[in-house]
Design a protein around this ligand. Structure first.
Ligand SMILES: [Zn+2]
Length: 262
């Protein structure tokens, strides 16, 4: 390996290790982030790492933002704020696949896949992390009624605004980092928004929802009050991570189809 390649690998490892130190990632999450970083780097170079870094840094900081207030909602979210490998794979998996694909067979279509997956992951994370702080309770897209903050499959005005800003940030950053036609700034932006919409719909209709037999709480947790909870909606195999992966992946595929048709 050449010196600059060694430096890049060391840089990715350093970011992954620092993320554990700052409790942004669990150890398994850091390993997944390292592998994801490597695949993005071999596929899209330093600029690819920068684009992914924008997602990673802003999402991590937002999940730290007003943590106390979010802890009150901890009863609903299945996991804490330090991401494990499944969460990293759910949000970064599609981008990693695109990186590997572009390394093997360079083509602009993989950049579309990569950027839309990131825009979707960023939009969804910003919407979740900021949406829970909304003054109004979010609206369930299935029941059309107000539900507790942090519930999957629900939207708030504030959360939607956050996802627009998040998707736009990735689209414009991709434009400044790569040789992309201006029209694709809109393509990436709408791809990211489609991903968030898919995330909400899948969260509402497919994601497993549970109820605690002990205290009656509706939750995403499989265990509550030290007891196994009862599934009351959705499919058991589809948790929040599965929904995140599927929404990013599907949005990216839709963008690739649009690219091939045009
Ligand atoms: Zn309970």
């Amino acid at each position: 390996m050449e010196t600059d390649q060694l430096l890049a690998v060391a840089f990715i490892a350093l970011i992954a290790a620092a993320s554990v130190y700052f409790k942004l990632l669990k150890t398994s999450g850091a390993f997944a982030a390292f592998v994801t970083g490597l695949l993005v780097w071999i596929g899209f170079g330093i600029n690819g790492l920068l684009l992914m870094g924008i997602f990673f840094l802003t999402s991590s900081l937002l999940s730290r933002y007003k943590r106390k207030k979010k802890e009150e909602l901890g009863e609903i979210h299945e996991k804490g704020s330090a991401r494990d490998w499944v969460q990293v794979a759910a949000n970064g998996g599609t981008g990693a696949i695109a990186g590997l694909a572009n390394f093997i067979e360079p083509n602009f279509i993989w950049l579309i896949m990569f950027a839309i997956a990131l825009a979707s992951a960023n939009a969804d994370t910003w919407a979740s992390e900021l949406g829970v702080l909304s003054k109004k309770q979010p609206m369930s897209v299935k029941a059309f009624k107000r539900v507790p903050r942090g519930t999957s499959g629900a939207v708030s005005g504030f959360g939607t605004l956050a996802s627009v800003a998040a998707s736009l940030l990735i689209a414009t950053s991709a434009y400044s980092l790569f040789e992309i036609e201006p029209a694709w700034v809109f393509g990436i932006f709408f791809g990211g928004m489609a991903g968030t919409a898919l995330d909400t719909l899948m969260g509402a209709y497919f994601q497993a929802g549970f109820k605690c037999a002990e205290c009656g709480l509706h939750t995403e947790k499989t265990v509550h009050c030290a007891k196994i909870t009862e599934k009351v909606s959705g499919y058991a195999v589809i948790n929040n991570d599965a929904v995140n992966f599927l929404s990013c992946f599907t949005a990216a595929i839709l963008g690739m189809i649009v690219y091939m048709v045009l």
